[in-house]
Design a protein around this ligand. Structure first.
Ligand code: ADP
Length: 258
């Protein structure tokens, strides 16, 4: 079965613009450089992501995963194709409209947590709200609530150096969730963590994806965590080459994250 057939079968004809799909990419291409240095990082990618689901994007290093999620997160412009996110054509937005859309709708989690060392966990998680113009006291109060929901309620006053890698990644997830984005995009969120901390972070992301209004996309090549995805999309050499839906066993026992 081709990727296009699979995509049609799993999406049932629904689109991001009718609010059922969170992300709908069609024929997305990306070139870097030109002439002799030209790299075709994406060669026509179709990808769907649905709210209430975690989509894992897997494949060998250099196959285009980071390029694709950077385009979906509005951090990079595609060279061609359509990128529909939450009913908005990102490939047609630029400048301040793209920045505004991203700030309102998308959370991003990186492999390295990128926390500010001088700030407490609550202050770090509050940063996006402060940048958006919220009073610091209100932002930090809200951050403490989100830290509670990622099981760090006891560590709101800790600085990054006082936290383990897994705890720092959970602060970074709280920071990405603080403005209640409808799309959370994570690039290798467990790559810097030991096995146990990686499992904890993935269980947390599973809870995040239980919100029926929120889609989660996770890039990984860590096969220890493949079990957590509702869908696993495999890439190779700039293309989607396989896509499968899978049952995730533990969902019924989990509460979603605020
Ligand atoms: P992955 O995340 O799967 O490891 P990437 O999306 O990072 O893959 O890279 C896909 C291809 O695009 C690779 O060949 C990489 O070298 C190239 N590439 C990525 N970013 C750039 C860039 N800014 N400039 C030039 N080439 C790039």
């Amino acid at each position: 079965m081709t990727t296009a057939t699979l995509t049609r079968r799993v999406s049932g004809g629904r689109t991001a613009s009718d609010g059922v799909l969170a992300v709908e990419c069609r024929g997305v291409t990306k070139e870097f450089g030109n002439g002799d240095t030209k790299t075709l990082a994406l060669r026509g990618v179709d990808l769907d992501a649905r709210p209430g689901e975690m989509t894992l994007l897997v494949g060998p290093s250099g196959c285009g995963k980071t390029t694709l999620i950077s385009i979906i997160a509005g951090l990079l412009n595609p060279s061609g194709g359509e990128v529909n996110v939450l009913g908005t054509r990102l490939d047609k937005l630029s400048g301040s409209r793209l920045v505004k859309f991203r700030a309102a709708n998308i959370g991003f989690v990186f492999q390295q947590y990128n926390l500010l060392p001088a700030l407490t966990a609550a202050e770090n998680a509050a940063v996006p709200l402060v940048i958006a113009g919220e009073y610091k006291s209100a932002a930090v109060k809200r951050a403490a609530e989100v830290l509670e929901s990622v099981d760090l309620g006891e560590r709101t006053q800790a600085r990054p150096s006082q936290l383990s890698g897994g705890q720092q990644q959970r602060v970074a997830i709280a920071r990405a969730l603080i403005h209640q984005p409808r799309l959370l995009v994570c690039d290798e969120p467990t790559a810097a963590l030991d096995a146990q901390s990686g499992q904890t972070v993935m269980q947390l992301l599973r809870r995040v994806a239980l919100d029926p209004k929120r889609a989660v996309i996770v890039v990984t090549h860590d096969n220890r965590i493949f079990q957590y995805g509702n869908r696993v999309v495999s890439m190779s050499d700039g293309r989607v080459v396989d896509e499968r839906q899978q049952l995730v066993a533990d969902v019924a026992q989990l509460d979603h994250v605020a």
